[in-house]
Design a protein around this ligand. Structure first.
Ligand SMILES: CCCCCCCC/C=C\CCCCCCCC(=O)SCCNC(=O)CCNC(=O)[C@H](O)C(C)(C)COP(=O)(O)OP(=O)(O)OC[C@H]1O[C@@H](n2cnc3c(N)ncnc32)[C@H](O)[C@@H]1OP(=O)(O)O
Length: 219
């Protein structure tokens, strides 16, 4: 399938590029937060827009023709820099770091004002986004990857903006379907629960590369 790219970059060069990716995305995240919360007037807005346009022009000097895709090194390390949740170079992504343990996976992330839904609370769609990635990555890490077939979320109480913790584990595997459950909690209290069914698509059956089944170093 297109978009999965084998691309060998030596470790030193990759570390350098990763640093640059994180740096530019971090600057733009800061800009997003500043934009959401700004109270400045017309003159400052006009000046800020002029500077942002100049920065955009610099970045446009050398662009990929399309999305970043998912890139692998021969050692199985993986880069999903455009991913909406994990993407190192995607300012829309919080970005989330998912940690994988033997039995479960977890994440901790600070969701700022750009993820607001109800006043002061995280948007329900953003929580679904985080669950989709957390549960999907958990299935992938356990060697039973799939595309999201069904994702259900039960919102038990509002999730305040700020630090959240997510946890997930594979509940069971039935043929090509992996059932994963997870929670999001704040200060030790569960605010949302989710179950996802991840399905190994027809086109991938019998040919999931080793790098895909046990990938490391995401983001
Ligand atoms: C080179 C190797 C690649 C490996 C592939 C792994 C890829 C992911 C890897 C790593 C991800 C890391 C984390 C990601 C996190 C983010 C994930 C996303 O955002 S994914 C984007 C949103 N989801 C979609 O766009 C799916 C769109 N839908 C489809 O592509 C198909 O409908 C798909 C794959 C879900 C199923 O289609 P069928 O043709 O492959 O499957 P059929 O053979 O018809 O069904 C197999 C079994 O699944 C059930 N099933 C089918 N669709 C279902 C559904 N939607 N929900 C529940 N069950 C379903 C069926 O009843 C059947 O069950 P029975 O074996 O008979 O018991």
């Amino acid at each position: 399938m297109s978009g999965y790219i084998q691309e060998d970059i030596d470790p030193e060069e990759l570390a350098h590029r990763t640093e640059l990716a994180s740096a530019i995305a971090g600057s733009v995240r800061d800009l997003i937060d500043a934009t959401v919360r700004t109270e400045v007037g017309e003159t400052d807005i006009a000046e800020a827009r002029r500077l942002i346009a100049a920065a955009t022009e610099i970045l446009r000097k050398d662009q990929l023709p399309g999305p970043f895709g998912i890139r692998f090194n021969a050692d199985g390390t993986k880069r999903s820099w455009g991913n909406a949740v994990l993407g190192r170079r995607n300012p829309i992504a919080p970005p989330v770091d998912i940690r994988h343990e033997t039995e479960h996976s977890w994440l901790e992330v600070d969701l700022g004002p750009q993820y607001e839904g109800p006043a002061g609370l995280v948007h329900g769609g953003v929580l679904a986004l985080v669950f989709d990635q957390l549960l999907g990555s958990t299935a992938e890490f356990q060697g039973v990857p799939g595309m999201t077939g069904t994702l259900t979320v039960r919102y038990r109480r509002g999730t305040p903006l700020g630090p959240i913790r997510g946890e997930a584990r594979v509940d069971r595997v039935e043929g090509v379907k992996t059932f994963v459950t997870g929670t999001i909690s704040v200060d030790g209290e569960v605010t949302a629960e989710s179950e996802g069914i991840f399905i190994l698509p027809r086109w991938a059956r019998g040919e999931v590369p080793e790098a895909m089944r046990k990938s490391v170093g995401e983001g």
